[in-house]
Design a binder for this molecule. Structure first.
Ligand code: SF4
Length: 62
């Protein structure tokens, strides 16, 4: 599974970076971005939690 963060939607709330830091981190524009091309098995649960918790639905399946 691959995820993306829609940079136009992200409001930099920090939720995804906090709950799944191996997958999400800040980029140079201070928006969250996905750091891995393919999600490691052990990161899928927290990634989906971030996807569901993102207040603006910026995290999307590719
Ligand atoms: S949870 Fe959504 S809005 Fe918040 S930092 Fe992550 S992608 Fe951006």
């Amino acid at each position: 599974m691959e995820l993306i963060v829609d940079q136009d939607l992200c409001i930099s709330c920090g939720l995804c970076v906090e709950i799944c830091p191996e997958v999400f981190d800040w980029n140079d524009e201070d928006k969250a971005d996905v750091q891995v091309s393919e999600l490691p098995e052990e990161e899928i649960d927290c990634s989906l939690e971030a996807l569901e918790g993102c207040p603006v639905e910026a995290i999307q399946k590719k």
